[in-house]
Design a protein around this ligand. Structure first.
Ligand code: C5P
Length: 230
């Protein structure tokens, strides 16, 4: 089985990011970089991380008119991203533009992951911006649009894995909010253990602080990888 751990490298600078990634590379399947690093050190970091021997997920959360998103996706593909995120809320034409731009920039080897509904949005926050669907129904809706637009996967909370699997059976399911038994939840509210998330149908597990904030990140990553394999 491919190692399903995407470690979230959420550090402040390039040097710390590369050091951390190098320390945990052996025990993870991919590196994820988010907005802080993509807008700080910049997309050049994507290629540098990939050179450490693991594919890189650029969590760029693109959301703009299709032309702009296509350009950004092409640039991230050229930078070496194996996956990037785009908000499904941007619509099917925008998602299809992300898929096309990324395919072009990466010579067809990379895929788009559609962000379904941010876990920071509950029913009240959705109603505030005029969306009356429940978060669960909206995730199901978004998953269908992502699949129909050519996305490789969908990002959702562990609680919504089954909803995405049912609505869009052909896409990969990528889930953050993973907490090994006994670890701190931090600001995550809807969490699952790695084993439970995989049993529910997750393809990839985004894991940040349980690895990156550990006293010894390499050992923490190795322990989680071993738990998954047993
Ligand atoms: O440290 P932790 O394991 O909570 O990190 C989770 C990672 O997943 C972070 O990089 C965070 O930005 C990302 N993420 C999330 N919840 C979402 C989408 C992405 O926690 N709904």
């Amino acid at each position: 089985m491919t190692n399903p751990i995407m470690v979230a490298i959420d550090t402040a600078d390039r040097e710390t990011a590369l050091e951390l990634a190098g320390a945990v590379a052996e025990s993870v399947g991919a590196f994820k970089v988010g907005l802080g690093l993509l807008h700080g050190p910049g997309p050049g970091l994507v290629g540098d991380l990939r050179d450490l021997g693991r594919p890189v997920f650029a969590d760029a959360k693109l959301h703009d008119i299709p032309t702009q998103v296509e350009r950004a996706a092409r640039a991230l593909g050229r930078a070496g991203a194996r996956w990037l995120t785009a908000h499904v809320a941007g619509g099917s034409a925008m998602l299809a533009a992300a898929v096309a731009g990324l395919a072009d920039g990466s010579d067809g080897t990379a895929g788009v992951l559609g962000v379904s509904v941010l876990t920071s949005l509950d029913a009240a926050a959705l109603a505030e911006v005029g969306i009356d669907e429940s978060p669960e129904d909206l995730v199901s809706h978004m998953a269908r649009v992502a699949e129909a637009s050519g996305a490789e996967g969908v990002v959702c909370s562990p609680r919504e894995i089954t909803i995405v699997r049912t609505a869009a059976p052909r896409v990969a399911v990528v889930t953050p909010g993973i907490r090994p038994a006994g670890s701190e939840a931090g600001d995550q509210r809807r969490t699952a253990t790695p084993q439970d998330a995989l049993a529910a149908g997750a393809s990839w597990l985004v894991i940040g602080r349980p690895i990156t904030a550990a006293a010894d990140p390499a050992t923490a990553a190795a322990e989680i990888a071993a738990q998954i394999n047993t």
